[in-house]
Write a protein that binds this ligand. Structure first.
Ligand SMILES: [Zn+2]
Length: 87
């Protein structure tokens, strides 16, 4: 392939893949998926996970501020959960 082909915005990705890999036995492409910014973490889901722990363990999770603190490992959002909210 030439540089012009690799950087041609009008060349569809399937065509680009075919030109690069048509010697291969099999080439698969998937439907494009739109990217979006953000995290799918959800306070209600976090509460439902905490609610599955036995009461004794939930009580042990409560911190000095009176809340169970859960933070999302992806976006670092902090979810303070009151013990009575997951009873
Ligand atoms: Zn998150």
């Amino acid at each position: 392939m030439k540089t012009e082909e690799l950087t041609d915005p009008a060349l569809a990705l399937d065509d680009l893949a075919w030109r690069l890999f048509h010697d291969e036995d099999e080439v698969r492409t998937l439907e494009p998926v739109a990217l979006s910014r953000g995290c799918r973490c959800d306070p209600d889901y976090v509460k439902s996970v905490i609610a599955r722990f036995p009461l004794e363990e939930r009580e042990a999770m409560v911190g000095d501020d009176g809340f169970i603190r859960v933070d999302c490992a992806f976006c670092a959002t902090d979810f303070p959960i009151a013990l009575e909210d997951v009873a």
